[in-house]
Ligand binder design. Structure first.
Ligand SMILES: [Zn+2]
Length: 218
């Protein structure tokens, strides 16, 4: 990746007024979230944004968040296993999307890279020789990373190479569905070694369903 080109792109770019207003409202709403999650995800998000947009880009981003009343805490002082308020990773995710004018594909790719790039996120995952055990265990362990929501794997079909991934009681921001799709994609790639991984969200709480349901195949 050519960092200088990315920086040039950013230096010539200002957040659109539309995105600025959207983000201001979103941060206000996100800061009301009451759940907690582990520090590892925030650490990954900060490092990923710095890598993708350059250190100067990240600094500008921090300034804008600060103008909206969100002061970035010191990631280096946070341990991966520490519980931190869930609004922090949410503001980072939604903020980067608006500020850098990312597409949903960018958010998906970030999720996809999370486990392979982050050493500390890996602390939480136990890899088993069977893809079924790995994937099922991850869903069962959901509440080791989040104090909110509930996850499960259903209809695992080893021969047809497919399963359903359910998330319930989890409604924070629609971009989390894109990010989680990316994470599920990355986990499936690593757990199955398949080049034909697909993740399709077929039901979504933001589209009127009672839960989120991702169809996984590999
Ligand atoms: Zn959803």
């Amino acid at each position: 990746m050519d960092i200088s080109i990315i920086n040039l792109k950013l230096n010539g770019k200002k957040m659109t007024e539309e995105n600025r207003q959207l983000l201001q409202g979103e941060i206000f709403q996100l800061m009301k979230l009451k759940g907690m999650e582990r520090g590892a995800d925030v650490e990954f998000l900060v490092n990923y944004i710095k890598r993708k947009e350059g250190k100067n880009g990240y600094k500008e981003f921090e300034k804008v968040l600060s103008n909206f009343g969100f002061d970035m805490f010191d990631v280096e002082k946070t341990s991966a296993t520490e519980w931190i308020p869930e609004f922090i990773p949410h503001v980072l995710l939604v903020g980067a999307f608006r500020f850098f004018d990312w597409t949903e594909k960018d958010v998906f790719e970030m999720g996809r890279d999370a486990l392979s790039l982050s050493k500390t996120l890996k602390i939480f995952i136990k890899w088993f020789s069977s893809a079924k055990i790995t994937i099922t265990k991850m869903a069962k362990d959901w509440n080791k990373y989040y104090t909110y929501g509930k996850a499960s794997i259903r209809n695992f079909d080893k021969d047809k190479k497919r399963a359903l991934f359910f998330i319930e009681d989890f409604k924070t921001h629609p971009l989390t569905c894109v990010y989680l799709s990316g994470i599920a994609f990355g986990v499936l790639e690593l757990a199955t070694g398949s080049k034909n991984v697909k993740v399709v969200e077929e039901k979504c709480m933001f589209k009127g369903d009672n839960h989120h349901e991702f169809k996984l195949s590999w």
